[in-house]
Design a protein around this ligand. Structure first.
Ligand code: 5GP
Length: 198
């Protein structure tokens, strides 16, 4: 190990922007990149594995971790808590490995405060109208949830200028390719736009 710290890369987007698919493709392409496993109080979905996708914990355990200052950031949305574990991030980057976080927009901005060298990537929908259409097409949410997600997306989009890089997901394959090129430059330490000093 050279002693160089790994990079912290946060990928954020309003829900319905294809963030999960893009992050999965990045992880397949870069096996050396570690996915930051967050803690959450939401229920495990069928295809999810505890300790791989999330650490699924109780609300009581989550609150204890907040008290013990174990989170680099945490958020509560739609009734559930989600948090990035400081130890996970610190251990990974001190091993010289880069870590990728798939977290919400406010969480990413909180990460940047604690880790100023973190690189924040924003996946944008081609337009707000398109995002609403995609959310509706998913049909996974009730009308009330859908409205909540639309309101949240507006707030999240208003924060986009605080991010280092944008990728517009108009066509998924193009967005995935752009993301791969960008991540490759970040983990090789190439200064792509002057935002990063090291
Ligand atoms: P889901 O329940 O669909 O897995 O995730 C809901 C939202 O929580 C997504 O936007 C996801 O990126 C975000 N999220 C997942 N883990 C964290 C975390 O540790 N911190 C924050 N702030 N958001 C998270």
């Amino acid at each position: 190990m050279s002693g160089k710290l790994g990079e912290i890369i946060a990928v954020s987007a309003p829900s319905g922007t294809g963030k999960t698919t893009i992050v999965r493709s990045i992880l397949n392409e870069f096996p050396e990149l570690v996915f930051s496993v967050s803690a959450t109080t939401r229920k495990k979905r069928e295809n999810e594995i505890d300790g791989v996708h999330y650490y699924f914990i109780s609300e009581e355990e989550f609150k204890k971790k907040i008290e013990q200052n174990e989170f680099a950031e945490w958020e509560k949305f739609y009734g559930y808590y989600y948090g990035t574990l400081k130890k996970f991030i610190d251990d990974t980057i001190h091993e010289g490995k880069s870590v990728i976080l798939e977290i919400d927009v406010k969480g990413a901005l909180a990460i940047k405060k604690s880790y100023p060298n973190a690189v924040l990537i924003y996946i944008l929908p081609p337009s707000f109208e398109e995002l609403v259409k995609r959310l509706k097409n998913r049909m996974t949410e009730s009308a009330l949830d859908l409205n909540k997600r639309i309101e949240r997306a507006k707030m999240e989009l208003s924060l986009k200028d605080k991010f280092n890089y944008f990728i517009i997901n108009k066509d998924l394959n193009t967005a995935i390719n752009e993301a791969k090129i960008l991540i490759s430059k970040i983990i090789k330490g190439v200064n792509t736009d002057g935002n990063k000093s090291d």
